[in-house]
Design a protein around this ligand. Sequence first.
Ligand SMILES: Cc1ncc(C[n+]2csc(CCOP(=O)(O)OP(=O)(O)O)c2C)c(N)n1
Length: 569
Amino acid sequence: MSANPHNTSALASANGLIEGLLKLGLQAAVVSPGSRNAPLMQALHTAGVYCVVALDERAAAHHALGMALALGQPVAVCCTSGTAALNHGPALAEADRVNLPLISLTADRPEGAADQWESQTLMQTGVHALHVRADFLWSPETSEQSEQTLHAIGQALLSGPVHVNCPFSEPLYSSEPAQAPVHSPKKFGFSTPPVEQAAPLALDNLTTRLEAAHSAGSRILLLGGTQPHELRKESIEAWSKIAVVAGDSTGGIGCAPKAIVATDRWMKGWKQSKRDWNDAHPDLVVTFGAPLLSKALRQQLRTAPVQHIHIDPSGRAPEAFGPSVVGIEAPVAQALDTVAERIRTQNLSASQEARPWLSAWTDEEEQRRLAHPAALKAAPWSDLRAHAALHEAQPSEWTLHLGNSTPVRYAQLFHQTDANPPWSNRGVAGIDGCSSTAVGAALTGQKVTLITGDLGFLYDGNAFIVDPLPADLRMAVIHNGGGGVFRWLDGPQRTGLLNSHFEMRHGLQLRALCDLHGLEHQRVNDEQGLKAALKGWWTPSDSPRLLEICTPSEESADVYKAYMAAVSD
Ligand SMILES: Cc1ncc(C[n+]2csc(CCOP(=O)(O)OP(=O)(O)O)c2C)c(N)n1
């Protein structure tokens, strides 16, 4: 029942893995206390890797996700055996969809132990296989094997997360007290991981297709969903010369003034105008990132045939508009830059045929933007007004994270072109890791503001059982009675179960949770109170600050609908 026939000690095996991961650019680790993962924790210490300790493995994996997001480089999360390992699942699935280099290190008992009446033991190898780029069993028998495995880990990390299951035989602990690390402990920046470059053929394929579409007078729509890399403003502006550019602010597309980020609002306006969709339907859609927030636009685009190209570093090509999708395996920013460069050097502009179509989209957007200030001003105290005040006051040097319910949607209405792209776990996640991801980003030294809902905040309460707890973290919790999003939909209301089954009127005191975790708490009930509270909110503090913003539940949904109707008129 040994981990391998050569009987490499658990510590030597862990040291080999961590040393190898450092060469692949590992920046930091989040460790959750346990016994079976003792070799990994000792190895991380010995190597001088910056370690954060987090109790709940689900939150820990999201902390690591937030760190990988902020650093743009690999971060590990390390846990003991058994169900602990399963708890890395949600963050791994998210990292997989948004191509972040998260490394899940799960300690295991020696192979075969799951069938031998051992406790805290289940089949761990491959347990996350469907939601990572690649999964590995770390049990090398020769140095060649370990090189090969590490090489494969490095390749997979270029486009997403990996799971490495590590079976360890006892003894798990060094007989010596922990020595000073062999490398001096460093906070990030051990080595630079390789950067993924697209194969030239993939980029040629993309530019050739775009050039052909442009010369044929095609109507081209560039549609960007959530993705973690910064996009160059000049590139997006170049694209907008030949294409309509639209997408979520969390995809980075909003850096160009012409980009349409409030796509739900745009769609509502188009429908209200009773204009023929044929006048807006594109011939070619180029997509990237996670699924677009606007379900209305996604569905509308499916009502007529359209060519589809999807850019993704892992080569994934979702059949968003039918099976004939063309996948371009390339980092998004690189692919967009390449086409932009071609547009600039050839001085391309919209073709004669596509020009009226382009104007139809941009004129429509212009009208909605013009109607926005009056519609907002007419709105009483509500979620809409609270979000408006938060976005207006948010300092530019603070990175914005958004809860994965209505906050990410409201944010589309208030996006400012010069603001850093906000983040929200929109790959596949729900509300389960919004706070932990924000905490993780703040752990890297980023100043982070999170706007989230009361249920999302309560759900991820274990986000704050982390050491250290970063102070440069501000959390605005919109307390609207638990699950405001269900009032945006017709279905829950129709069932008659809206209050009893969909919303969760919990009556819990957020202050109590803040006291438990040492978060500064303040509560406001109206706009005046909110604006006053925001004045000094981002000033330096010794602990994170939470602002509980109480808004009326029913009215908030009505106000949102009235706003949408008013801007679409
Ligand atoms: C892990 C997970 N479980 C359940 C859901 C379903 N869900 C979607 S929104 C929501 C309520 C969110 O409430 P809150 O955080 O208060 O935000 P609001 O809807 O008010 O914006 C729930 C439970 C989900 N998205 N993710």
